[in-house]
Design a protein around this ligand. Structure first.
Ligand SMILES: NC(=O)c1ccc[n+]([C@@H]2O[C@H](COP(=O)([O-])OP(=O)(O)OC[C@H]3O[C@@H](n4cnc5c(N)ncnc54)[C@H](OP(=O)(O)O)[C@@H]3O)[C@@H](O)[C@H]2O)c1
Length: 332
């Protein structure tokens, strides 16, 4: 599996990473057997994936526990990326939360420790100074951020903290970061770790109509605010989403490839992207996504996919918070 540099951290990450949120099961994800999660993580490692992404906030820490159990006897082969919730980054609480993650993960160091969303209610400078202390102590190897917009990245850079990566939602149906965030990451050698590359299954082609999409996966600005579970105030772009999916499917069929492979290959080819997370839940899904990671799309196909999703890109605009809008928007 191809490896890429993660910013200037010195870490080399596989181009495909395993998103471990679904492996914790529970809210939104439904039942997930521990034995299947362990088999999925082991399959990923054996097929060349070295980055495992989780968060203290996923399934109340259970996702971290599952990663810890699965990697306990093969820690040296894996890079563990976890996240701290912004409200826990006050210097008084940050250390305790880092220690709790280390315990759940059954390890004494975290390879990449990411601030899950921008900090809004206390000092950014103090939080990142504490993160640098933890790095100097060897408890974390690299510091990352997630869901940070242009202004918020600027605030973090002001602290002088070396930032390895910004983890962001990016896929053929969600291209907001192209407007300002992705160029800023590239200019500053901050790698992008992509989440929701498959748009939680929409880009696998498993949902023929909107009614087939489970409520939990229908909460983004792609869908009308009148749909249950949404937290935004926009009309959505449902027509454009399904038109774009039909066009992507058409390109995939011409190439003789599954749509998921085309979606993964498109995002992996974007300059600035170091790693693409896919939330595989079974060894079979891992195998499928590993196969996708080796696909290279010719430039003209990439241009056709860009064109096929342009109307949707424009309609959804530059807001990189796909869940919230207006005064509740979290990415600036
Ligand atoms: N930083 C953040 O704020 C943030 C936010 C969201 C996610 N993330 C990270 O990114 C990871 C990925 O995001 P995600 O899990 O939400 O979305 P995703 O990777 O776009 O979609 C995951 C879902 O896609 C389906 N899937 C995956 N591979 C498949 C395959 N080969 N064939 C068929 N279906 C397949 C599975 O659906 P079924 O369940 O139907 O099998 C799986 O649950 C997360 O696990 C997490 O680590 C980060």
């Amino acid at each position: 599996m191809e490896k890429r540099n993660l910013g200037q951290s010195g870490l080399q990450v596989s181009v495909l990473g395993l998103g471990c949120w679904p492996l914790g099961g529970g809210w939104g994800w439904g039942d997930q057997e521990l034995s299947q999660s362990i088999a999925t993580i082991h399959a990923a490692l054996d097929l060349g994936i070295n980055l495992f992404d989780t968060a203290e906030g996923y399934n109340e820490g259970h996702s971290e526990e599952v990663v810890g159990i699965a990697l306990a006897d093969r820690r040296d082969r894996a890079l563990i990326a976890t996240k701290i919730s912004p409200n826990n980054t006050d210097p008084a609480t940050l250390r305790a939360h880092c220690e709790a993650s280390l315990r759940r993960l059954q390890t004494d160091y975290i390879d990449l420790y990411q601030v899950h969303w921008p900090i809004t209610d206390h000092s950014v400078e103090d939080a990142f100074a504490t993160l640098q202390d933890l790095q100097a102590e060897g408890k974390i190897r690299a510091i990352g951020i997630s869901n940070h917009g242009v202004r918020q990245m600027g605030e973090v850079f002001q602290t002088g903290t070396p930032i390895a990566s910004n983890q962001l939602c990016y896929n053929l149906l969600s291209r907001a970061i192209e407007t300002g965030i992705l160029p800023m990451c590239r200019e500053n050698n901050v790698s992008v770790i992509v989440y929701m590359a498959l748009m939680q299954g929409l880009l696998v082609g498993k949902y023929a109509t909107i009614d087939d999409v489970p409520e939990f996966r229908r909460r983004t600005r792609h869908f009308a605010s009148s749909r249950s579970g949404t937290r935004h105030e926009e009309p959505g772009a449902e027509k454009e989403v399904f038109e774009a999916i039909a066009a992507i499917r058409g390109v995939a069929e011409e190439l003789g490839l599954p749509m998921a492979h085309v979606a993964m290959a498109w995002v992996a080819a974007r300059p600035g992207v170091a790693c693409v997370l896919a939330g595989s839940r079974t060894p079979a899904q891992v195998e499928e996504n590993v196969a996708a990671a080796s696909v290279e799309l010719p430039d003209d196909v990439i241009a056709r996919l860009d064109a096929a999703t342009e109307e949707l890109r424009v309609k959804l605009g530059p807001n990189a918070d796909y869940w919230q809008t207006g005064e509740n928007c979290r990415v600036h």
